[in-house]
Design a protein around this ligand. Structure first.
Ligand SMILES: Cc1cc2nc3c(=O)[nH]c(=O)nc-3n(C[C@H](O)[C@H](O)[C@H](O)COP(=O)(O)OP(=O)(O)OC[C@H]3O[C@@H](n4cnc5c(N)ncnc54)[C@H](O)[C@@H]3O)c2cc1C
Length: 382
C-alpha cells in the first residue's frame, strides 16, 4: 500500500524533524541524567501543537489523521524516548477515549485544555492483578445517586505523577465482567479520593514517570462516564488498538536514528587500518537493520492509512506493534554491537535506546498478547 503524505503533513514532518534535531537532541543526555524533561522543551512542544495533535480543531487541537500522527511520532521517535512518552501517552491512550467515545459535554469540558497541554492525560487500565488479562479488574465503581464511587489500585500508569485527567476503567457489574460490566470514566486528579502513588524506578524512559493511582471512595460525577456504561472493555480495546500504530511509528523513528548513528560510527571507527564500515560483516548488519526498519515502517503506515480509510485494523495494528517493537530491539542490539565498548557506555545515545527499546515489547499489550490477537483473527477469518 502506498501512503501519500499531504503537503500539510510533509510540512509538519519537517518542522518536527527540526525541533527534534535542533532543540530536543542537545538536551537528551541531560534528560537521561536528571530524569526530568526541561520545562522549555515541554513549552515548545505545546507551542508546536504536539499535545493536541490527535484532538480535532474544533476543540483546539490540530486534528491530525492517523497517518499524520504516525509521521509525527516517527520523527519524535528519533530522540529521547522518555520525552516522547510524555507526549505520546497524552495524545494517544490518554486522549483517544475522550476524542472518539465521550459525550459532547465531556469533549468541550476537557479537550481544549488537553490540546494546549494545560492538562496532561493518562490511561489507567493495568492493575497488580490485571495486566495481560485486563478483564480481571479489581477496581470497582458503584453508582450512588448522581455519582459513581470508585475504589481500587491501578499501577504502572504513564504520566501518573504529572497527569491532570485519567481515563480509568472499573468494574461496574461483577457478574457481567468484560461482557458489559466494565465502564470507562474520566477522573480528574483533584476529585476527592484519588491518590497518586510514588514514582516507579524504571530501567529506562527517564523523564517519563509511571506510578500507582489509588482510588479510595473516589467520587466521580455521573456525566464523567466515557462512552456507554458497561462498554469499557470494548472501549479499552479501541483505544489500545490505535495506540499500537503510534507505538510502532515511534519505534521505527528510533530505528532510523540508530541506523544513522551506526553508519556514521562505522565510517569513523578505524580498526586494522581501515574504517570498520569497510568490512562486509558490518555492512551486512547495517543492511539488515535498514531492511527490517523499512518493513516495520510499511506495516505501521499501512495500518494508519487503513484506520483513516475507516477500516477495522485490530489485527494490522497488533502486527505493526509486534513487528516494529521486535525490530527496534534487534536494531538497538545491532547498533550497540557496531559501537563496540562505547555502545555500552551510558553517555552515548545507543546505550539509552537499547534500554528504552525493551519496554516496547511489553506495554500497550505484550508481544505475546499481540500474537494471540493476530492468531485469533486469522482463525476467525479462515
Ligand atoms: C513503563 C511502563 C509503562 C506503562 N504504562 C501503562 C499505562 O499508561 N497504562 C496502563 O494501563 N498500563 C501501563 N503499563 C502496564 C503494561 O501495559 C503491562 O505491564 C502489560 O500489559 C503487561 O502486563 P503485566 O506487566 O501484568 O504482565 P503479565 O500479564 O503478568 O505477563 C507476564 C508475562 O506473561 C506473558 N503472558 C501473559 N498471559 C499470556 C498468555 N495468555 N499467553 C502467553 N503469554 C502470556 C506476558 O506476555 C508476559 O511476557 C505500563 C507498564 C510499564 C512497565
Amino acid at each position: 500500500m502506498t501512503v501519500v503524505l499531504t503537503d500539510e503533513i510533509q510540512q509538519m514532518k519537517t518542522m518536527i524533524r527540526n525541533f527534534v534535531e535542533k532543540e530536543v537532541e542537545p538536551f537528551a543526555q541531560q534528560i537521561e541524567e536528571e530524569d526530568a524533561i526541561p520545562q522549555h522543551l515541554v513549552d515548545k512542544a505545546k507551542e508546536l501543537g504536539l499535545f493536541g495533535m490527535s484532538i480535532p480543531e474544533e476543540y483546539g487541537g490540530i486534528g491530525l489523521n492517523t497517518v499524520g500522527k504516525a509521521v509525527v511520532l516517527e520523527q519524535l521517535g528519533r530522540t529521547h524516548n522518555g520525552f516522547v512518552s510524555l507526549i505520546s501517552a497524552h495524545t494517544g491512550i490518554g486522549s483517544t477515549g475522550l476524542v472518539k467515545l465521550a459525550s459532547e459535554h465531556l469533549k468541550r469540558k476537557y479537550l481544549p485544555d488537553m490540546a494546549s497541554g494545560e492538562k496532561i492525560a493518562a490511561f489507567a487500565l493495568s492493575e497488580p492483578g490485571a495486566g495481560s488479562d485486563a478483564t480481571n479488574l479489581s477496581t470497582t465503581a458503584e453508582k450512588k445517586g448522581e455519582y459513581w464511587v470508585v475504589n481500587g489500585t491501578k499501577h504502572f500508569i504513564t504520566n501518573g505523577p504529572v497527569a491532570d485527567v485519567f481515563t480509568v476503567f472499573a468494574l461496574t457489574d461483577r457478574e457481567k465482567g468484560a461482557k458489559g460490566g466494565i465502564t470507562a470514566f474520566l477522573i480528574e486528579k483533584d476529585f476527592p479520593g484519588l491518590i497518586v502513588g510514588k514514582k516507579d524506578k524504571k530501567m529506562g524512559l527517564r523523564g517519563s514517570y509511571t506510578s500507582q493511582i489509588i482510588f479510595e471512595d473516589c467520587i466521580v460525577p455521573e456525566e464523567n462516564v466515557i462512552g456507554e456504561v458497561g462498554m469499557g472493555y470494548i472501549n479499552a480495546l479501541t483505544i489500545l488498538g490505535e495506540g499500537r500504530v503510534g507505538l510502532a511509528a515511534r519505534a521505527v523513528g528510533s530505528c532510523d536514528k540508530l541506523i544513522e548513528l551506526s553508519a556514521k560510527y562505522a565510517k569513523e571507527r578505524v580498526q586494522f587500518g581501515k574504517p570498520i564500515a569497510d568490512n562486509q560483516g558490518i555492512q551486512w548488519i547495517l543492511a539488515d537493520m535498514a531492511t527490517e526498519t523499512e518493513a516495520a515502517r510499511a506495516l505501521a503506515m499501512s495500518a494508519a492509512q487503513k484506520i483513516d480509510d475507516g477500516q477495522k485494523v485490530i489485527k494490522e495494528a497488533s502486527m505493526a506493534k509486534l513487528f516494529a517493537s521486535d525490530v527496534y530491539n534487534r536494531v538497538a542490539d545491532k547498533a550497540l554491537q557496531i559501537h563496540g565498548g562505547i555502545g555500552y557506555i551510558a553517555e552515548y545515545a545507543v546505550e539509552r535506546f537499547y534500554r528504552d527499546a525493551r519496554i516496547t515489547k511489553i506495554y500497550e499489550g505484550t508481544n505475546e498478547i499481540q500474537r494471540i490477537i493476530i492468531s485469533r483473527r486469522i482463525l476467525e477469518e479462515n
